[in-house]
Design a binder for this molecule. Sequence first.
Ligand SMILES: C[S@@+](CC[C@H](N)C(=O)[O-])C[C@H]1O[C@@H](n2cnc3c(N)ncnc32)[C@H](O)[C@@H]1O
Length: 243
Amino acid sequence: MAQTHFGYETVDEQEKAARVRGVFDRVAAKYDLMNDVLSMGLHRAWKAYTVGVADVRPGMRVLDIAGGTGDLARAFARKAGPQGTVVHTDINFEMLRTGRDRMLDDGLALPTMVCDAEQLPFPEGHFDVVSVAFGLRNMTHKERALAEMQRVLRPGGRLLVLEFSKPAEPLRKPYDWYSFNFMPWAGKLVAGDADSYRYLAESIRMHPDQATLKAMMQGAGFGHVDVHNLAAGIVALHVGIKC
Ligand SMILES: C[S@@+](CC[C@H](N)C(=O)[O-])C[C@H]1O[C@@H](n2cnc3c(N)ncnc32)[C@H](O)[C@@H]1O
């Protein structure tokens, strides 16, 4: 059986999705709070930047993959307006439900669907914009997921991949200390779960760096890919155009 990574562990490919599901089942209830704590609120700026670059206009069709608690989907819905469609999807029911409930509390109802990014249940060329924020890292077959994202975009449509990446040199040591000490400690303190936040740190280190992800997106059929480093490369936004 083929093997893959779950953080620093090597596991059977079939085991990875279940392990990732376990992590997000455990963190769903405290996910938004932990995002603010661990990024010191910066994830809001990274997402706002992504929404700006996405340039969603009224009437557009948008797909948010691995949408979790729905930060991007909600922001895109405001831009797409009542004539547009924003589909909020995730493989994890608990994450999706937490997001859907939060949106309903804010008076927003979006089409919400449990689906695996590696097998998207949408026709070819259907969306103007596809996004995936902090989700690609968790997928077993990233090339397959990127090919699916390319398939469901219309020609000229854009994919936005917001993900942790490789920071510039002076930050690497302090960032390692922060990731492997503070993150699991804060996870234990706030959410009663150090292991999930250790997985978070490890999965970030195992994720392809900026240049590798750019090459993967080009390999998946994106004719033009731009990379925007945020917070000195701790996070990167990759923007691929289907052309
Ligand atoms: C760190 S959360 C990101 C949530 C949200 N996009 C955000 O930025 O706050 C990662 C999400 O990826 C989802 N995920 C993992 N593997 C997936 C897959 N194969 N297909 C779709 N979603 C997946 C998880 O269930 C989880 O909700």
